[in-house]
Design a protein around this ligand. Structure first.
Ligand code: TRP
Ligand code: ZN
Length: 481
């Protein structure tokens, strides 16, 4: 349900219907319609097989049962989508799990596993363009996490924890536990219904609608009522202390913390920090885009991490260990930068991480810490250390870092430096207007680096070609801009 796209589609559909009534087009007889397969990717150069063409998802209902004793997940995913072409078949992204059956519009459909993560579905009858259709996939298995250089060389996706599981899906890990159109350009509404052994909890995005106990098991039903990219879906299972409140500005808040770290001072501060950051960032950058906020604090038993070991899961960031205040500022800022305004292609990811790091700096500046300009200067003079197997800091091209460096520290720090240098160049007032216009005009949509550059030029009235060239499009340490 890419918002800008559906906004275009509606008038077109209405126009076509009008034309038909006027007799301009005779409705095609079923036999004349040509049906073609939807593509198995969306042309994202970093992840060619992520996402699928030919349809647009409106909603997912993810019904799963998970048993931590065996790591086994049993699921039924129900998808409501609209065909964007006449479809003979279409794909979902799904990694490794066993698919038991697929139904399309209530009829059994045939399916095949192809490539690394494709589920190719052939319905009994072709699906007509602009019509809505339903897909139900039944599956089970032990979800296999992803790993490799993309995300700090750490496992991600659906992850088993000491007492359950958690989900950190960015960028391509949603499909480790449910079949999806796994690309941020196809946002959708979600309900997440999870059954776990009695005594455990399942925490997901948005609002908890229902909770019930039956047959020694507990079931939790959550709903996120604003468009959400697949990588932002969470489902943290385990023991949790849950607390709820409402922020002074009226945003319902739910925080869940693993009892093993509940007395950690940072855990104790997380709900309060989340309240403050949610409301205060709204004052700086525009209304909070979602209908709930909160946190999920896990007790990470893995190796110690010194990088951003948290993910901005929508409405409720997931922290692998208790976060410090700036960690909360970082993840909550992603609710605007990343979750509401999402990347158009994964190479645009500096728009997420650069903004989130810049907000950390700005948060400190607004709270008696050092100025963002000083943070800029420190990173400029003395950039953060980089692991020996990664490219040196100044070698990364921020607007096209390559897939394996998309979360390189330069994406955070040089990204934030770009924004602070821009603030310095165009002035505080115009910079904040740019930021507010950006989140307001791209709300719930997708946007690219080029979109940002164009808006920056428009709001500032300046030619910023040379500025963006040295900061975003060229390697090397900028010396003049
Ligand atoms: N977006 C995360 C951050 O806030 C980084 C990240 C990307 C991540 N993919 C992840 C963290 C998977 C944990 C797991 O910086
Ligand atoms: Zn981040």
């Amino acid at each position: 349900m890419a918002i800008p796209r559906s906004a275009h589609r509606l008038p077109l559909a209405v126009a076509a219907a009008g034309a038909t009534t006027l007799g301009l087009f005779a409705p095609a007889a079923a036999a004349d319609v040509r049906y073609e397969p939807g593509s198995s990717g969306l042309g994202d150069s970093y992840f060619p097989d992520l996402g699928n063409g030919g349809y647009d998802v409106e909603r997912y209902h993810l019904k799963t049962a998970y048993d931590p004793a065996t790591d086994r997940l049993t699921g039924t995913t129900t998808i409501t989508a609209t065909a964007t072409q006449n479809l003979s078949r279409f794909n979902l992204d799904f990694y490794k799990m066993n698919v038991r059956s697929v139904r399309v519009n209530g009829h059994k459909a045939s399916f095949e596993r192809t490539g690394e993560r494709e589920l190719e579905i052939t319905p009994r009858k072709g699906l007509r363009k602009l019509r809505s259709f339903g897909v139900t996939v039944r599956y089970d298995g032990v979800p296999q996490p992803l790993s490799g250089p993309v995300v700090f060389d750490l496992p991600y996706g659906f992850l088993a924890t000491k007492d359950g599981a958690t989900v950190m899906g960015e960028p391509n890990g949603a499909s480790t536990w449910f079949p999806a159109n796994d690309h941020p350009t196809d946002k959708a509404l979600f309900t997440v219904e999870t059954t776990v052994p009695h005594g455990l909890k399942a925490i997901s995005n948005g609002r908890l609608l229902r909770q019930r106990t039956a047959g020694g098991k507990d079931t939790f039903l959550w709903r996120e009522d604003r468009p959400m990219a697949t990588y932002l879906v969470t489902n943290s299972i385990g023991r949790f202390n849950v607390s709820t409140t409402t922020t002074p500005k009226g945003v319902p808040q739910l925080d869940a913390v693993d009892p093993e770290v509940a007395s950690d001072p940072n855990s104790l501060d997380t709900p309060r920090n989340t309240t403050r950051v949610t409301d205060e960032l709204a004052g700086y950058i525009g209304a909070y885009p979602f209908t709930s906020t909160g946190s999920i604090v896990e007790n990470d038993s893995g190796p110690p991490l010194n990088l951003e070991n948290a993910l901005e899961t929508q409405t409720r960031p997931t922290y692998q260990s208790p976060p410090v205040e700036k960690g909360v500022a970082h993840e909550i800022s992603h609710q605007w930068f990343g979750d509401s305004v999402s990347v158009r292609r994964w190479k645009d990811v500096w728009l997420n991480e650069g903004f989130a790091k810049w907000v950390e700096w700005y948060w400190a500046e607004r709270h008696g810490g050092q100025s963002a300009q000083l943070s800029f200067q420190q990173s400029y003079d003395d950039p953060p250390p980089i692991q020996p197997d990664r490219p040196p800091f100044w070698d990364v091209v921020i607007a096209d870092p390559t897939r394996d460096q998309m979360f390189h520290r330069a994406m955070y720090f040089r990204g934030a430096m770009t924004l602070q240098a821009l603030r310095h160049k165009i002035g505080d007032e115009r910079f904040l207007r740019l930021v507010r216009t950006w989140v307001a005009t791209k709300k719930y949509g997708n946007a690219s680096t080029e979109d940002f550059e164009a808006l920056a030029e428009q709001v500032s009235g300046q030619d910023l070609g040379a500025f963006f060239r040295v900061w975003l499009h060229a390697p090397g340490k900028p010396t003049a801009w």
